[in-house]
Design a protein around this ligand. Sequence first.
Ligand SMILES: [Zn+2]
Length: 378
Amino acid sequence: MVLKTDILNIAAIDNHCHNLLRPDWVNNATYTTAFTEGNDAEILEYHAYHSLSFRRSVRDIANLLNCDATEESILETRQGLGIEKLTQKCFEQANLESIFLDDGFLPDYIFPWQWHQQFTKVYRLIRLEYLAEKFLNSTDNFDEFLDSFTSQIISTSPEVLGLKSIAAYRSGLIIEPIPKNTAKLRFQQIQQENKKQNICLTDKILIDFLLGVALDIAAEKKLPIQFHTGFGDRDLDLRFSNPLCLRQLLENPRWKEVTIILLHASYPYTKEAGYLAAVYPQVYLDCGLAIPSLSIQGMKRVLEELLELAPTTKILYSSDAHNIPELYYLGAKWGRYLLAEVLEEAVNNGDLNPKESLDIATAILQGNAKRIYSYPEN
Ligand SMILES: [Zn+2]
């Protein structure tokens, strides 16, 4: 019991999350948008209200805000507080040591990363596909495009601690080495086909090539790369976001020194992710999105499955919070609480002694992140 209290007091590093949406954009969406990966109106306006995690979250948020456990009451209370006070409340209760923001998600609708510094320490992750799109839309010269892309990764500012790829959403995780000439031809083809339109980078050849370029720089600069794996918005093909698809990349000697973080516990491929982390020194695991989006049993099972094979030095906490500050709170609350439960059971089962379980909780909540990213010493 004493042990559990100790674990509940450890400040967490949220190593993968997103900028908050500006209030005008939150008000345009249904509240369920932040709690489901679906985007169909029938899901958002009906079914999403009936998931276990939404039911639980409404009660959790009502407790935090001291209001009735109804959507109307929550919306009214958050409106009354305003975004700053609401965020302050959520972050304080979440007890966060720092957050690592991927600021390439909904870039036109979010607060800039600096805005979040009023609540906690903030670091950044560069979303590679978003970076590529910026230059894909600003030049039709391949060499210029490639120069801009690489120089942005090489000369990152000090708040950048890593890179992030959403290849799983675009073309899948079977990432193959692509010769530069092949990529150049494809670049020119894409430019021809999409004259004067906003190009969304979905082409597998170009994405694989750019990831190869980014991985080469990451190897040299010792920059970790987070890969979206497992479930997510419905534009991904779940078959190709299985982390086992990464085998070619993980086996390539050119990139074996690059630290790879598999996001979202690779849910539902959690055991597969655990296996990869157990055998590849460069592979690490993250529990975000699975926590806080699943049922309590589901979240607990994810932590158990990550811990059943993978070394505890390989697991990191995150929430994948996005859009609204409540998700930061819910992630930290359940991540910490269920980690304490799972570790307490490991002590009862004889897997760990109490001292080991406390050290492991500290490592998962902050120590592992401090070790694998170039985390600034205070
Ligand atoms: Zn994310």
